[in-house]
Design a protein around this ligand. Sequence first.
Ligand code: GLY
Length: 346
Amino acid sequence: MYHLSLQGSATKSEIYIGSGVFSQTAKRVAETFKPTRIHVVTDSNVAPLYLKKLCAEFPLDITTTVIPAGEDHKNLDTVAGIYADLSEAELTRSDLVIALGGGVVGDITGFAAATYLRGIHLCQIPTTLLAQVDSSVGGKTAVDLPQGKNLVGAFYQPELVMIDTDILQTLPERIFNDGMAEVIKYGFISNPEIIDMISAPDFKSNMERIVYECVRIKRDVVQADEHDTGLRMILNFGHTIGHGAEKVGHFTELSHGQAVAIGMVQAAKLAVKLGEADLVEQITSICQAHNLPTVLPYPMEDVYNALLHDKKRTADSINFILVHPLGKANIHTIELEQLHQLMTAE
Ligand code: GLY
C-alpha cells in the first residue's frame, strides 16, 4: 500500500493507494475525522456492487443518496436532491460526505460537499481507473449546465482519498481502457517509466504501482498550482483537441479517454509542425496497444470551432500543452489564428 499527502491551501488530503484499501475506510475515517453522521453518495451502477459493503464497515448508521448513473445527471437538479438528503439526515459541518463512484459521482458529490453549509468534510472513494488517477485527487469539483460541461464548480480538496486498486480487476474493459488514456498522459508529460510499465504484457498485475506513480505526479502538480493558473495546465495534455472532439461527438460518440487518446496524437502532430521532437509514432502505438482510438473521426475545422469554447482560452490565444522531450510537458501559448493554421495544415 502507498500513502501520499497533498497539502492544499486550506486542506490537507491523505491519499491511500493499493490492494485492500477499501476495507480500511472506517479506520482511516476515524483517524482523519470525528463525524457523528456519515452520508454516502453513489450511483445506480456502483450501489449494487459496493454500497452495502461500505456501510457495513462503519459502526454507525449511514444515510445514502443513489443518483442515476451517467453524465446526463451531473447537473444542479441532482445537486439539489443531494442537499435535500443531507438536510434530512441532519448533517452538520463536523460530519462527513463520502463520494463512492467514478468521475461523475466524485465531481457532483465534491461540489455538494463544497457548498452545503459552506463546506463539509469530504472523502473520495474512486471506483474507476479514470477517477483513481485523475478526478478523485486535486479538488476539482463541478456540475454541467445546459450551456456546457463543468461550468459551475469549486476547488475543494477531499481530506481523504481511498484508492483500492483491486476494484480495477472487475471493471469492464472499455471503462478500464478509458482510464488508461490518462495513465498514458502521465507517462508522456512527466514519467516515461509509466510507459515502460504499461508496455509489459502483465502490466495489470502492477496496477498498484502504476496508479501510485500517476497520483504522485498529480499530487506534485496540484500542490504547486492548486488553482490551475500555471503548471496544473500540463494535466491537459491531449485535452484541448480531445475536448473539441468530445464536443463535436455530442459527448456520446467518444468517451473521455478515447477523446484524450486522439487529442494526444493530434498534439504530438502539432508539436512536429512546430519543430519539436516527433513522438507521434510512440503515442499512437501505446494508445493502440490499450485499444484506444488514435484517428480523429471528425473534420478538423469542426473540432477547431468546438475548442474555441475551451476554458483555457483567452480572447485571442489558447494554452496548448506540448510534450518535448518525452517526460516533459510545456505550456505553449498559441495565437488562435496560428492554431487554426497548424491544425488544418497537411
Ligand atoms: N483533470 C485535470 C486537473 O485536475 O487539473
